[in-house]
Write a protein that binds this ligand. Structure first.
Ligand code: NAD
Length: 260
């Protein structure tokens, strides 16, 4: 159904982004990968994905904290693939500290990467999408786009902002064939979350397994991690025909986190 479509997935060298890129490639979508990491490992991933799923896979090293590089990533995709049909704004970082201790440079980086990058990418991709009367924009927000937790001022502010940006873009694009939605995951076991688990295990002198359980139990009624592939499947659904009237939504996939 999506064969021949093209997608940018930001932050797709790891975790959720890699899961989304893989699921889209499985459905025949050409993929522009993006994110940091070892150059040889990224090239191996790129080649492997292209060979396994028979799609074109390219890579942009654009830094999502740099507006000109983000515009360059969109331009590179339009040049190499002819267009951007699906834009998944996924790259994100985390830092935890009380607001009075929150390092200013961490605040600035989180707002730049977790919020402003989506604005810059949408701004660059929207003209082509409107022109072709087709676009699917999916912003990977978080349960923290809907509710708060302590020590996450930057992250919660950025993700709430991203849900707001999603709504504005959805309204503006409502009759142009372009939809814009946010996905709000609960806990997904990725390097970003593993860091928090390891820190908790060390601070509380408990096992990593216990720290994993405690992390889930504190927030989610369902003691279960969502997988990157589950999020990929939701992106795939949002990119398909059945979702053409879903726009401006913040879709939870969080084991019941925000139902409380
Ligand atoms: P991750 O650390 O595994 O992956 C983050 C990706 O973003 C990597 O590919 C990294 O290279 C890339 N990245 C980071 N800074 C970048 C920059 N400046 N420019 C380009 N790429 C950059 O994290 P993850 O858990 O897969 O998170 C992905 C997204 O999902 C984030 O937006 C995160 O906030 C969101 N999210 C994660 C969870 C979770 O439980 N893991 C829950 C809700 C939302």
């Amino acid at each position: 159904m999506l064969k021949g479509k093209t997608a940018i997935v930001t932050g797709s060298t790891s975790g959720i982004g890699l899961g989304i890129a893989t699921v889209l490639a499985t459905a025949g979508v050409d993929i522009m990968l993006n994110g940091f990491g070892d150059a040889a490992a990224i090239e191996a991933e790129r080649k492997g994905m292209a060979a396994k799923y028979g799609v074109r896979v390219s890579y942009s090293a654009a830094d999502m904290s740099k507006p000109t590089e983000i515009a360059g990533m969109v331009a590179q995709t339009e040049k190499e693939f002819g267009r951007v049909d699906i834009l998944v704004n996924n790259a994100g970082i985390q830092h935890t500290a009380l607001v009075e201790d929150f390092p200013v440079d961490k605040w600035d980086a989180i707002i730049a990467i977790n919020l402003s990058a989506s604005f810059h990418a949408i701004r660059a991709a929207m003209p082509g999408m409107k022109q072709r009367k087709f676009g699917r924009i999916v912003n990977i927000a978080s349960a923290h786009g809907l509710v708060a937790s302590v020590q996450k001022a930057g992250y919660v502010a950025a993700k709430h902002g991203l849900v707001g940006l999603t709504k504005v873009v959805a309204l503006e694009a409502a009759n142009s064939g372009v939809t814009c939605n946010a996905i709000c995951p609960g806990w997904v076991l990725t390097p970003l979350v593993q860091k928090q688990i390891d820190a908790q295990a060390a601070a509380k002198k408990i096992s990593v397994e216990q720290a994993k359980h405690d992390l889930l139990a504190e927030k989610q009624p369902m003691i279960e991690f969502t997988t990157p592939e589950h999020i990929g499947a939701l992106v795939l659904f949002l990119a398909g025909d059945a979702a053409e009237t879903i726009t401006g939504a913040a879709l939870s996939i969080d084991g019941g986190w925000v139902a409380q």
